[in-house]
Write a protein that binds this ligand. Structure first.
Ligand SMILES: Cc1cc2nc3c(=O)[nH]c(=O)nc-3n(C[C@H](O)[C@H](O)[C@H](O)COP(=O)(O)OP(=O)(O)OC[C@H]3O[C@@H](n4cnc5c(N)ncnc54)[C@H](O)[C@@H]3O)c2cc1C
Length: 456
């Protein structure tokens, strides 16, 4: 008998699961229906800032596979503009609203993949009736921002509220489009995913491209003119704005799951086991930005919404649904971004996380260069390491610098994943040639410095 798999959410996690399941089970065995409330499937939300800046000229360049391609090449019945509004685990069916055609569809399932992603945090001062305030999460959100930027009169003053990596990337994109940009951040530093000392280096680079950073400031409201945003109101007075972008982070989109009684973990994401099954709900799987996962260093459940995890988790779910065996072993929290040419990489625990997790640790910061000092283009690179005391085990790392900085974090992520000590790291056989590194790579210099700090 043909089984039915229903996917809620047609992006990274959902469509990875659907494609992997299809590779292992054909249409006669498994009927796959994917509901997506937006217009697109398998798009790169990560590419939105580069589309808005103009670096990536065409929207469709961000779409890896269209609904039509899923239908033709994978025999997956993709229903875009269909929003699932309820899950009935008892009857094993979902209810979906057709957002364009009107009406509702009921669809039964044997297997359900919950992959609804995350939603941007919306402060309570955001009002639907005031146009020009945007959260950026889906390609449809990106299209809405772009349409607003292109309407007349053209917006000239942007306020980005919140300095997470999406806020930072969007601030840069808006500067590149010629807007004057102010970034308002409640904390002392933007880019809270790194420690404040490293965040200050990012802030300097942002100021260097003309972004005005207002730290220690809270947005409390907005003012409007004819239904359009006119200013944000802060605890230090109003800031004029004709476009506002929210960069306050995201929350796992679990509303439907909670209503259906699926278990939610302490981080706010849906609980899953290593194979991406939802415990206590037979035949129900979840993956991507809506789930929580294990942090391999702290041992804590965390919600780290990144595309790299969503794709892997969806793949794991799909392989298992298809009859194979796969597990998702957790994360170490590796992420990279940039502000113009300044690159930022981080992995593992920040000082604050290490303290919260109860570790004793030392911290070192080493300044070096990305290339041999004499080689043209050599520029400063700052590497920060956090190592457990007295074991010397690496707990976290951050890098800020010019070219070749961000992806250098990967060697530190591998060290972290494998539980290496900073002493072991000093002997790592990392590549060296003058155009790529000094003879002592910045990572090795930092590891040596950490060994010295542990000896004190
Ligand atoms: C601007 C930006 C930049 C980013 N940059 C990076 C980066 O550089 N590196 C990185 O690793 N990650 C990055 N990310 C994060 C990455 O895009 C996400 O982690 C990834 O898209 C998560 O995939 P997902 O499938 O879990 O969720 P999503 O991509 O959010 O997809 C969920 C889908 O579910 C649909 N949906 C939700 N509810 C329903 C419903 N009830 N019915 C039907 N459909 C529904 C939504 O419309 C959406 O299309 C970035 C994100 C943004 C917004």
């Amino acid at each position: 008998m043909t089984e039915r798999m229903i996917v809620i959410g047609g992006d990274a996690a959902g469509m990875s699961a659907a494609s992997q399941a299809r590779r292992r089970r054909d249409r006669a065995e498994l009927d796959i229906v994917a509901f997506e409330r937006g217009h697109f499937t398998s798009y790169s939300a990560c590419g939105i800032p580069y589309w808005i800046s103009g670096l990536v000229p065409e929207r469709d360049q961000l779409v890896a596979r269209t609904p039509a391609a899923f239908r033709e090449d994978y025999d997956i019945d993709v229903r875009t503009r269909h929003e699932v509004t309820a899950i009935d685990l008892g009857r094993r069916e979902v209810l979906a609203r057709d957002l364009d055609g009107g009406g509702e569809v009921r669809a039964g399932f044997d297997t359900l993949v919950y992959a609804t992603g995350a939603t941007p945090v919306q402060p309570d001062w955001v009002r639907d009736e005031v146009a020009g305030v945007f959260g950026v999460q889906t390609l449809d959100d990106g299209a809405a921002v772009l349409a607003w930027l292109e309407r007349e009169p053209r917006p000239r003053h942007a306020v980005v509220v919140g300095g997470g990596y999406v806020g930072v990337e969007m601030a840069e994109a808006l500067v590149q489009r010629g807007l004057s940009v102010q970034l308002v951040e409640q904390a002392d530093q933007p880019m809270a995913t790194v420690d404040p000392d490293m965040g200050e280096l990012v802030a300097e680079a942002m100021r260097g491209i003309g972004i005005s950073i207002r730290t220690g400031m809270t947005v409390t409201g907005l003012t409007e003119r004819d239904g359009r945003i006119a200013a944000v109101v802060t605890d230090e007075g109003p800031i004029p704005a004709d476009i506002v972008v929210l960069g306050l982070g995201v929350r796992p989109n679990t509303a439907l799951a909670e209503a259906a009684g699926l278990p939610i973990g302490p981080s706010g994401g849906i609980r899953v086991d290593r194979r991406m099954r939802v415990p206590g709900a037979a035949g129900v799987w979840a993956a991507g930005d809506c789930v929580e996962t294990l942090h391999r260093v702290s041992g804590m459940p965390v919600h780290i919404p990144l595309g790299t995890h969503a794709n892997k988790q969806g793949r794991v779910a799909g392989i298992n649904i298809g009859g194979g065996y796969a597990t998702f072993p957790g994360v170490v929290g590796t992420a990279v971004t940039k502000v113009c040419e300044l690159e930022v990489g981080r992995t593992g625990l920040r000082e604050r996380d290490a303290t919260e997790a109860g570790f004793e640790f030392v911290t070192v910061t080493a300044e070096s260069t990305n290339r041999a000092g004499y080689y043209p283009g050599a520029r400063k690179m700052t590497v920060k390491l956090i190592a457990e005391r007295p074991s010397g085990r690496l707990l976290g790392a951050q890098i800020v610098g010019w070219s070749e900085a961000a992806k250098r974090i990967d060697s530190l992520a591998v060290a972290l994943w494998n539980g290496m000590t900073v002493d072991e790291m000093t002997a790592l056989d990392l590549g060296y040639a003058p155009p790529y590194a000094p003879v002592w790579d910045p990572v090795l210099i930092a590891a040596r410095k950490a060994v010295d700090a542990l000896a004190v």
